[in-house]
Design a protein around this ligand. Structure first.
Ligand SMILES: Nc1ncnc2c1ncn2[C@@H]1O[C@H](COP(=O)(O)OP(=O)(O)OP(=O)(O)O)[C@@H](O)[C@H]1O
Ligand SMILES: [Mg+2]
Length: 241
């Protein structure tokens, strides 16, 4: 089986000259279909940067990113191409739900489909199905201000699944949630990974969230480190470049 995404010796430098920051250095990582990979590391170690590159938000400064069999992204890849690939293949979830206040739950989710070219009525139906799947059938016409934090996060998850992504990237998706909601979100992510073949990469500080991951990768000072943090268990693995 081919990885959904492969990072090959990828580095990212922000800025130039004396203000340059090397946020990632020589990172090599494969994420397979159905695999849920946890990313751990201290603040400023490069976790969000790793998601930004794997999610094709920005190109690497050096190295290559392979998406599926045929697509290779390098420093020379143009923004327009990144954007098109991102829309087609990638979903994101963030710590904050980032919903549009003036749209209902259904509209927030449907909009993500309409942006991707899905016809409005179809997008609306699919949005309602996804929200029902996430236990929000009773909240379809609620505005974000009328939803709890956990409910908003589930709307955000439905939105990220709207385009049927092959790769789902999550930056601290459970940080703002209580234990029950965290378990609910992680259980849904695990089902999406195993049933739909979605590859997932989840940044987290929470050992309980890591329990839902197939393996954990530790990052320090922009490099993958071979020793996973204590408590991740024998299945935790990491690669160094
Ligand atoms: N757009 C940017 N411009 C300049 N430097 C940046 C930029 N984004 C990140 N950095 C720097 O790159 C390094 C890695 O940042 P990153 O956001 O990836 O860390 P992180 O591991 O996600 O941290 P946290 O746990 O605090 O979210 C940090 O030193 C940060 O200051
Ligand atoms: Mg971060």
């Amino acid at each position: 089986m081919r990885p959904t995404v492969s990072l090959h010796n990828v580095s990212k430098i922000y800025g130039k000259g004396r203000s340059a920051v090397c946020a990632l250095s020589g990172v090599t990582l494969d994420i397979m279909p159905r695999e849920v990979v946890g990313i751990v590391g201290p603040s400023g170690s490069g976790k969000t940067t790793l998601l930004t590159l794997a999610g094709l938000v920005e190109p690497p400064t050096s190295g290559r990113i392979h998406l599926g069999a045929a697509t290779v992204i390098t420093a020379a890849t143009r923004d327009g191409r990144l954007r098109a690939l991102r829309r087609q293949h990638i979903g994101f979830i963030f710590q904050k739900a980032n919903l549009a206040d003036f749209l209902t739950a259904t509209e927030n989710v449907a909009l993500a489909g309409i942006v991707q070219g899905i016809q409005a009525a179809t997008a609306r139906r699919r949005a309602q199905d996804l929200l029902a799947l996430l236990d929000l059938a009773e909240r379809l016409n609620h505005y974000p201000s009328q939803l709890s934090g956990g409910e908003q996060q589930r709307v955000s998850l439905a939105r990220s699944l709207m385009g049927s992504p092959s790769l789902l990237l999550a930056d601290e998706p459970t940080a703002a949630l209580d234990a029950g909601r965290r378990d609910q979100i992680m259980a849904v992510l695990q089902i999406m990974a195993k049933q739909q073949g979605v590859a997932m990469c989840i940044v987290t500080h929470d050992p309980r969230t890591l329990q839902y991951c197939d393996r954990a990768v530790a990052i320090a000072d922009g490099r993958l480190v071979s020793d996973p943090p204590i408590g991740l268990g024998a299945s935790a693995g990491a690669q160094s470049a």
